[in-house]
Write a protein that binds this ligand. Structure first.
Ligand code: GLN
Length: 191
């Protein structure tokens, strides 16, 4: 199974290594043609305004939308989650707008620029997910087609809508590969 990692800016190498460790073939995506034969695409963390601008400049924005409509799965972490969202509170920055959620950027406040938390995720069993948040967004509200998989207080930090998956944190920076495995199972129709 071939999964692409958007490699314009941000933490893309770590995602590639994580996907390879989970048994997928992982390739870096920079040009529209790179998307042609992918079963899935990971959009990494980084700076969402920069990645969004580059998506437009490099001709990837529309192509990703077309491929997603044709069934390509997408997993967005942090900035990637922001780019998936239909609404970005207080911002008109470029985005894919595929997921029926409203996200707030840098949402946990300055005093919590970076923190870790143990998340209970029923899909992944009893062992909590150790989540690393870096200037993280959260999902403030979600449409009826969105499945909420984990939250910190009232703030949604893992969500899925059909073939779209989003996390506010960075699993690729930990040793826990359950989210990447879940994404692969999603593509295989097992999750
Ligand atoms: N704060 C960043 C943004 O708004 C996201 C941070 C991250 O991806 N770690 O784009």
């Amino acid at each position: 199974m071939k999964i692409g990692v958007l490699a314009l800016q941000g933490a893309f190498r770590e995602h590639r290594w994580m996907l390879e460790r989970c048994g997928a073939e992982a390739v870096e995506v920079r040009k529209p043609e790179d998307l042609d034969d992918l079963a899935g695409l990971v959009i990494p963390g980084g700076e969402s305004t920069t990645i969004g601008k580059l998506l437009v400049e490099w001709g990837l924005m529309d192509k990703i939308r077309t491929r997603a409509a044709a069934g390509m799965a997408i997993y967005g972490t942090c900035a990637g989650m922001i780019l998936l969202a239909r609404e970005i509170v207080g911002s008109d920055q470029p985005r894919l707008g595929l997921m029926d959620v409203a996200v707030r950027r840098n949402a946990f406040g300055r005093q919590r620029e970076s923190f870790e938390a143990d998340l209970k995720v029923p899909e992944f069993g009893a062992e909590p997910v150790r989540a690393v948040f870096i200037r993280a967004p959260y999902i403030e509200s979600a449409g009826p087609g969105v499945k909420i998989m984990a939250a910190v207080g009232d703030h949604i930090v893992i969500a899925r809508q059909g073939n779209l998956l989003a996390t506010a944190f960075h699993p690729e920076l930990t040793n826990d590969d359950r989210i990447h495995k879940y994404f692969i199972e999603m593509i295989q129709g097992k999750a």
